[in-house]
Design a protein around this ligand. Structure first.
Ligand code: DGJ
Length: 742
């Protein structure tokens, strides 16, 4: 069957070939229903080009499943492997049923469809122009059925997967491990790239050789967390930035997750992704089903750069809500680093006046606006405007901001509750905690139990009222506490189901709302949240030098269209480091949502520069939204990012240097994806460059010579922490001499 270039076909000997964009996935179903993965990689058109099923010969110490000599599962490349039958690698499932713990799933049915089956209660990629294969597997001894859905997408080298488990027996089944995806990949010296860190240094890249044994990134914090992001790239031996075979993977999930890579005794690689089994258990009564979160895998044969491009296109087309997906985002002033909790109507009015003068579109009132919220010790949960600091309530706040010609945005932290709040006093039973234990505090707060419907209802009404009363068009949805003392082992996942229900209800009631997710910065920035949120706050690190690694890491998987960044104070509140305004502007320019968070004094002092900044953002607003991102250079000292407009006629280059290097070498960097035959004029020196010159010979990095007071060619200030923003525009009249020297 065909849906555009998303294509699924069946071969004569149990093979199945799924292809979409530049990806193909080959499966094999044996006569006894054993399911194997025989290929995942660049597209092959002919099913005959798939490799045969690898032999799984007897070896010393191997176990023949069911006594059959040709069924040594430990060497079979599988897609949803069982346990306790001779495969000693990480199993897809760990269950206990009446009579045993081993699992042995066999294919009983396969269907193909052009409509992607829904995944109950969980975020899932939109299936426009896709083809899906539903593979039903059963283990009659265990009383289990698993429905695997594999989907390929037209024009994108992506494969999504989900697994839904159904109990078919007469007694309950206890699940303690349930994979969303398992991929068995060929043996070799694969490297793995992961993203992680901590508060204010999220998304830092780590690359490691996959060595024998298991390597895991995970969260057991209730949120996907800042320590490890739920993404991973596997790079085949020799793959690098722009070459080689890479498989990039991400979970559409915002809670406890595990991503493990196992290198077996025969160097086979098994990738395991799903809910973190640590502390997890789920009891499945007869007839009940359990849906595992969806996973996306993308395939690139042009290294990490190709993986990034596929991820960005996939997230924009199939993950983020569509209303804002291709629209420029409002520029804004955010009150947080300007005022922290010290906000009132007069201060917000003054910030709004400053915002009008600078030309921004929106004023975001961050934390501190609600009843009694004067610091982080109280009031979370009491979601009405503080009557003393905001007389006239949210309506007056909205009117004040709109009277200055700005839209209103507002901050909330719906899932949290302060012990010192009316909500906590009225509904102690709504709070996550365990009997007999004094609740632990994180930022002086607790979490509500979103697994309870009453809590979800309450929060929906509270959020809906805030939006209606204030007329806010933007919501920053924060969450500043990890989960502890949650009681039963199924609660963290039930909490996620409640959270997604709440987000879905809010989206349905306010489809045009601009929703930004945040969790102390980037502690819950994942494809699960981005299925509901238009953008996310990457990090509380607002010092631009601290943000270079964060943005470079995040943009490996998440497109700039999903990122928010602002010009923060100098010295930076997180680093106490002074940075030039141009560097702060340059780094924020890579994000679709661009703002300013400075005190009134700083706003006034820097007014002229900030007006220019806002103008610059207006002129380049679509670039991070619909343009193409490329990391041209990112080292410990230098970063060059490229954003290229959809029509490839405008290019924004942001070049940042951390430390001045005297007598620096002269260098060129090749740009990517320009319009063949076009000539580009640089707005900085007026030089005209052919696309070939820029892509093949390279773009001359601005000179930075600490011995020359002005910096070579006036292109770059000299010193530490400096940046240059360069815009290249294709000449409408083609031709003309290349005035640059080469
Ligand atoms: C953490 C966020 O990351 C900040 O941007 C800010 O909104 C604070 N919370 C407010 O409490």
């Amino acid at each position: 069957m065909r849906s555009s270039d998303a294509h699924i076909s069946q071969g004569p000997e149990g093979q199945w070939l799924l292809s979409g964009g530049g990806l193909s996935c080959g499966l094999h179903v044996a006569g006894d229903g054993l399911l194997s993965l025989i290929y995942l990689g660049p597209r092959v058109e002919d099913i005959a080009d798939l490799p045969p099923l690898r032999p799984a010969p007897h070896r010393s110490l191997s176990i023949a499943r069911g006594g059959r000599d040709d069924r040594h599962l430990n060497y079979r490349p599988q897609l949803y492997p069982g346990t306790g039958r001779g495969d000693f690698r990480l199993p897809a499932l760990a269950v206990t049923y009446d009579g045993g713990t081993s699992t042995d799933l066999r294919v009983t049915d396969i269907t193909v469809s052009e409509t992607k089956p829904a995944l109950a209660g969980l975020p899932s990629a939109r299936g426009d122009k896709s083809a899906s294969l539903t593979i039903t597997m059963e283990d009659r001894v265990a009383g289990l059925r698993v429905d695997l859905v594999l989907t390929v997408y037209s024009g994108i080298s992506a494969l999504t997967r989900s697994a839904t488990i159904t109990s078919m027996g007469d007694t309950a089944i206890e699940i303690t491990r349930a994979a969303s995806s398992v991929l068995d990949l060929p043996p070799g010296d694969w490297r793995m790239l992961t993203l992680g860190g901590s508060w204010a240094r999220e998304f830092t890249e780590h690359q490691n050789l996959v060595s024998p044994g298991r390597m895991t990134v995970s969260s057991n914090r209730g949120l996907s967390g800042a320590a490890h992001n739920p993404v991973l790239a596997l790079m085949e031996d020799g793959a690098g930035e722009g070459h080689g075979h890479v498989i990039g993977s991400a979970l559409l999930y915002s809670g406890n997750f595990e991503i493990s890579v196992e290198r077996s005794e025969f160097d086979d690689i098994r990738l395991w992704m799903g809910i973190n089994p640590e502390g997890f258990a789920w009891s499945l009564a007869p007839g009940e089903t359990f849906a595992c979160p969806e996973v996306v895998h993308v395939v690139s044969d042009t290294g990490l750069a190709g993986m990034t491009a596929e991820f960005h296109r996939f997230v924009r087309r199939h993950i983020v809500p569509q209303h804002w997906a291709a629209k420029p985002r409002p520029t804004y002033i955010n009150s947080w680093e300007a005022c922290y909790w010290d906000v009132d109507l007069a201060k917000i009015g003054a910030l709004a006046t400053a915002g009008t003068e600078l030309g921004v579109d929106m004023l975001v009132v961050d934390d501190g606006w609600f009843r009694g919220r004067t610091d982080d010790k109280r009031a979370l949960g009491d979601w009405d405007a503080d009557p003393v600091r905001f007389p006239g309530g949210l309506a007056a706040l909205g009117d004040t901001v709109r009277a200055k010609g700005l839209a209103l945005g507002i901050w909330v932290e719906p899932e949290a509750v302060s012990p010192d709040s009316d909500l906590a006093r009225a509904h102690p039973d709504w709070i996550l905690r365990e009997v007999g234990r004094t609740p632990s505090l994180g930022r002086n707060q607790l979490l509500l139990d979103l697994s309870q419907l009453a809590v979800v209802d309450h929060l929906f009404n509270a959020l809906d009222t805030i939006l209606r009363d204030s007329g806010a068009v933007y919501l920053k949805w924060d969450c500043n506490r990890y989960m502890t003392e949650y009681g039963a082992p199924e609660v963290p996942h039930r909490y996620m189901l409640g959270l997604y229900t709440l987000l879905a209800r809010l989206r349905a009631a306010h489809p045009e709302l601009l929703l930004e997710c945040c969790a102390s910065g980037g502690a819950r920035f994942d494809l699960g949240m981005l299925a509901y949120a238009d953008q996310g706050w990457l990090s509380d690190m607002s010092d631009p030098i601290g943000r270079l690694d964060i943005q470079s890491g995040a943009f490996r998987f998440y497109p700039p269209s999903t990122a928010a960044g602002y010009i923060g104070p100098s010295p930076g509140h997180q680093t106490n480091r002074d940075t030039p305004m141009l560097t702060r502007l340059a780094v924020a320019s890579l994000c679709a949502a661009r703002g300013i968070s400075l005190s009134l004094d700083e706003l006034r002092r820097e007014a002229e520069t900030l007006k220019d900044a806002v103008q610059h953002w207006r002129g380049t607003a679509t670039l991070p939204v619909t343009g193409t991102y490329a990391r041209c250079l990112h080292t410990a000292d230098e970063t060059l990012w490229q954003l290229t407009a959809d029509d490839r006629r405008t290019v924004l280059l942001v070049y940042c240097v951390r430390t001045a290097l005297p007598n620096a070498p002269y260098r060129r960097v090749r740009l990517k994806g320009l319009l063949d035959g076009a000539r580009y004029r640089s707005d900085r020196d007026g030089a005209l460059y052919s696309a070939t010159r820029l892509m093949t010979v390279g773009f001359d990095l601005p000179m930075r010579d600490a011995m020359t007071p002005k910096g070579g060619g006036d292109l770059m200030p000299y010193g530490d922490k400096v940046a240059a923003i360069i815009q290249l525009s294709a000449n409408s009249a083609a031709g003309g001499p290349d005035t640059s020297s080469s």
